[in-house]
Each structure stands twice: as C-alpha cells, then as structure tokens.
Design a protein. Structure first.
Ligand code: CTP
Length: 402
C-alpha cells in the first residue's frame, strides 16, 4: 500500500533517532518516496548524511540552504505529502505541535500539512507520564493526528506507558493499514449517534447515564478516516471532533436525537447507533426549580422513541444499520433479539461483566453478531482500535452488498 506514496519523515532530538534510519529504510523498501525533515536537535543524534543517502534526497532542516540561500517551502512539502510521520517525537516537539509554536522547519511543515499525521513519541517515562505531555498528546489526537504508542492493544503496558518509540516495523504496519482502509467507505455517508441523552426534570436537573461518548466518537473518526462523510449526532459529552469530514449535531434529549437521526438517515448509506439513549423521560418538565418538601415525590416517566427501531423501520434496500447492546445477562440471546426487533444488519455486544469494557473507560471488548455466520470477538483494546475493526466489518458488508 505504500508504493509511490509521498511521505515526510520528521525526526527530532531523541536517542531513538537512530531507529528513524531503520524506519526510513523500511519505507523506501516498500516503494515510498520519503523526504526527511529534521529539527536542529535531531541532527545531534543522527547525521543528515546517513538519512539523505538512505532516502536519496537531501535532508531538509533549515528554512534556507546555507550555501545557496535556496528557500525550502514547507507549504509545498505539506501539499506534496500523502502522510507525515514524526518519529521519534520528543515532548518538546509534541508540545510545539499542540500549541502551534512554529520555530523550526519540522513544526512549520506540520502546520502546513494537509495529509494525515502520525506521531511516534519517544522520551523518558517520567516525561511521558507528565500531565503536560498527556494533555499535549490529547490535543494532537483532538486535531485528528494519529498517535502511535508502543504496545498498542496491550492494555496493561499501554496504561503504564513506556515512553519508548514504537518499533519501525509496527509504524510501517500502522501506515500500511491506514492507506488500505482509507478508501473503504469513500463516497458513502454514515450517521453515528453517540453519548448519553439528558431528560429534563426541571431547569437544573435531568435523568442521564454514564455514557462518555468515547466509543461513538471513535466510530465517527474511523468512518471519516475510511473516506466517509459522517453525520455525528452527539448527546451531551465533553469530547471534541477534529476531522473535517465529520459534521457534528449536538443534541440533549432522546426526542432531539430522534429528530436529528431520522433526518440524517434519509441521506445516509449506513447508521451506527452507539448512543445510550434514555428509554424514558419525565412526563412533565417543571418550568421552575422543584422545591424540597418533606413529602415523598413520584416522578412519572413516559417512554422515549426507539431511534434504532425507527431507522430499522425506514431502512431502504442497500442501507445498513448497526446497533449496540449493553447487556448484563443472557448477552448473546438478548443481543440477537434486539437485532431482529430493530431490523439491524449487525449488533455490537458489550457485556458489563467484562473487565475493561463499557462505560467511562478508554478500552472496550465486544462481540459483533451478524444475521449469519459466527460472532466475531474483538479482544480488549482501545476504543479507537475497536472502532476501526467495527468500521472494517461494516465496510466489508457494504462493499460486498451483504
Ligand atoms: N437505541 C435507540 N433508541 C432508544 C434506545 C436504544 O436508538 N430509545 C439503540 C441504541 O443506540 C443501541 C440499541 O438501540 O444501538 C440497543 O440499545 P439498548 O439500550 O441496549 O436497548 P433497548 O432497546 O433500550 O433495550 P433495554 O434497555 O431494555 O435492554
């Protein structure tokens, strides 16, 4: 997949810079065209001569070439690239990228780059674990950048974090998979619902649930990365979206989510219903704050519309519908009956009995159940990775017309 791809390899001042030479060699071997851009500190760790002889191109490091005065255009480089990889990325470069401090050629190129950006951090463990670094990495993620951390997929080591740069072979594998997926939903529109709903009781109180929206946002991102136009209907969550192909509609209640989803599904090729929609809402909403009284109080609830079931009812030939089921018991049979009742093409089962799965965490472990065939188990990994797997399955169904 990397044959003929234009790749900018950014190298910064870390001891792991020597690994960048291996990475460069692997990229060239796969047929990519690579332009190396280094920070001044990067040159202290590995010589530009090594890198230019591997890439067959002069290394760019300064804004001007010293002897000729030729200007290196970061804008042209940013347009030329199909991808930019910064490996190793130090805490300092990550901080500069997160905050737009463009005082060298590498960060300037990053800011001009229209292509997807992959960042492989490398630093000592304390620096890596520092809240400032964690925050800056979160900012980069929210801009739509891909952070490649070692031991991705292995929960324990991911959480402890090693600060070590990911191995070059694995970085190439991530990139390869990225280009393979990139076109799988091209030309398609996908609706994703995410997060909880809030059902008002009075101006200051509501009925809600613990959904963080992380799984739904990761799905929206994965669909966009696969080339789809995404309509993300989001309940109240504290998450940002960065991808230009995601149109986000913020809603609060199940009724609002219903209206937005029904309208969007009309123009969509598929929908993924990931929101934790409240099944009931207070029958009446008080205009004024309810006062405390010594008496018992009864809150009467009325049923909310079932959004997934309504979309299942409206589903046209060639449209797809994916649901989620969060179960505590009789998981598979409950999930299968939801799939049938809501006319879903497949359902993603979350069991609250599994450690590292479900609400409020960054990881998930799910089983994907289709109408035919054996269920597919996706082992415990980051929600962003689970999302990619689910979108891969959806894209396969859609492209094969199953
Ligand atoms: N769903 C929906 N609208 C609702 C309730 C659920 O769109 N009002 C969707 C969810 O987004 C999910 C699927 O339906 O994709 C199953 O949700 P779940 O809460 O597990 O199912 P319910 O039908 O509410 O069944 P129960 O709460 O009784 O288990």
């Amino acid at each position: 997949m990397l044959k003929g791809k234009h790749i900018i390899l950014g190298i910064t001042g870390s001891i792991a810079a020597y690994k960048a030479a291996y990475l460069l060699r692997l990229l060239i071997k796969q047929g990519a065209e690579v332009q190396v851009v280094m920070t001044p500190a990067g040159k202290e760790f590995i010589t530009p001569v090594t890198l230019s002889s591997l890439s067959g191109k002069p290394v760019v490091s300064e804004f001007f070439t010293a002897n000729t005065g030729e200007w290196h255009s970061h804008v042209d480089l940013g347009l030329w690239a199909d991808a930019m990889i910064i490996a190793p990325a130090t805490a300092s470069t990550i901080g500069k990228m997160a905050h737009g401090i463009a005082d060298n050629m590498l960060v300037t190129t990053y800011l001009s780059c229209k292509a997807p950006v992959f960042v492989a951090p490398a630093m000592d463990l304390d620096m890596y674990a520092h809240p400032s670094t964690r925050h800056n990495l979160d900012l980069l993620r929210s801009y739509g950048n891909h952070i490649i951390e070692p031991a991705t997929g292995e929960l324990a080591s991911h959480l402890t974090g090693k600060g070590r740069m990911e191995e070059p072979e694995n970085i190439v594998a991530v990139l390869d998979r990225f280009f393979e997926r990139k076109q799988s939903l091209a030309g398609k529109t996908v609706l994703v619902t995410a997060g909880p709903t809030y059902e008002k009781i009075d101006p200051v109180r509501f009925i809600g649930n613990y959904s963080s929206g992380k799984m739904g946002f990761a799905l929206a991102e994965a669909c966009a990365e696969a080339g789809a136009e995404v309509v993300l209907v989001a309940g109240p969550v504290a998450l940002k979206t960065g991808h230009p192909s995601i149109r986000r509609i913020d809603v609060e209640s199940a009724a609002e989510m219903y209206r937005a989803a029904v309208e969007a599904y009309d123009h969509a090729d598929a929908a993924i219903m990931c929101a934790a929609v409240a099944d009931y809402a207070p029958e009446t909403v008080s205009d004024v704050k309810l006062k405390r009284s010594g008496e018992e109080r009864v809150l009467r609830l009325k049923p909310n519309p079932d959004i997934a079931a309504e979309l299942g009812h409206r589903k046209r030939a060639g449209q797809y519908l994916v649901g989620f089921a969060l179960e505590t018991n009789d998981e598979e049979s409950n999930a299968r009956s939801k799939m049938a009742k809501k006319n879903l093409d497949f359902i993603v089962l979350n069991s609250l009995r599994d450690a590292g799965a479900g609400f409020r965490c960054d990881t998930n472990k799910v089983t994907v159940i289709g109408r035919e065939g054996k269920p597919v188990e996706i082992p415990c990994k980051l929600k962003t990775e689970v999302a990619v797997d689910i979108v891969d399955l959806l894209a396969r169904c859609m492209n094969e017309g199953r």
